[in-house]
Design a protein around this ligand. Structure first.
Ligand code: ADP
Length: 202
């Protein structure tokens, strides 16, 4: 099986992964998939939706195996629908992997070419983004200060160490502070050459 050519957008809650991923997804040749968005789209009244609510409202992660299974099902479904064409599109993943186990499981399906690490040396600036998002998007996991702090802890404990799993030359450290356009320009410097090199023959 051919593995999906992938770039990971990696960063703390509030680092702008979703914003940047969505913009990239509008450019031909990129397909954006967000695990958080997928979870939020599940019917909240279904068993799965209720389980997601349980975890996310506490700032906790959904269990690894379930997360992987759902994400791969959804990504595969996009290939069937034809909005993601692995032969010509670079997959931009945002929000996954978030644990070492997820990274290992994903390796069976993905060829990870680059990790865009959106970093921010100003923790308060990220919290401020999350508070604003809570108001704008009505997200329960951003609304409560305690939950925000918990998500930050989970990021530092389970997700951040994951950077060591990938070879250092695959990691691009991108400053996440700045206007969306400015941050996008920094990311494009890395991802456009990858896309050109991979798919220029098509
Ligand atoms: P943020 O943009 O703040 O990082 P996301 O939208 O990516 O948040 O995710 C929202 C919630 O969805 C998470 O707090 C978690 O409960 C769940 N979730 C998303 N992605 C994953 C994942 N890869 N593994 C486990 N849980 C996840």
């Amino acid at each position: 099986m051919n593995k999906y050519k992938t770039v990971l957008i990696f960063g703390a809650p509030g680092s702008g992964k979703g914003t940047q991923g969505s913009i990239l997804g509008l450019i031909p040749g990129f397909f954006h998939f967000s695990s958080g968005e997928m979870f939020r789209n599940i019917d909240i009244h279904s068993d799965l939706g209720k389980a997601f609510y349980e975890y996310s409202s506490r700032g906790e992660l959904v269990p690894d195996e379930l997360t992987l299974q759902l994400c791969m099902q959804a990504i595969n479904a996009h290939t069937v629908l034809g909005d993601y064409k692995p032969r010509v599109d670079l997959l931009i993943l945002d929000g996954i992997p978030r644990t070492l186990r997820q990274a290992e499981l994903l390796d069976e399906h993905l060829d990870v070419l680059k990790i865009i690490h959106l970093y921010c040396d100003n923790e308060e600036a990220m919290f401020e983004r999350l508070r604003k998002r809570a108001l704008k998007e009505n997200r329960i996991d951003d609304a409560d200060e305690k939950v925000i702090r918990r998500r930050w802890e989970v990021y530092e404990r389970d997700t951040y160490p994951l950077l060591k799993y990938y070879p250092v030359q695959k990691i691009a450290n991108v400053n996440s502070i700045g206007s969306p356009g400015k941050v996008l320009a920094r990311i494009l410097d890395y991802v456009v050459p990858i896309q050109d090199a991979l798919f220029s023959g098509d």
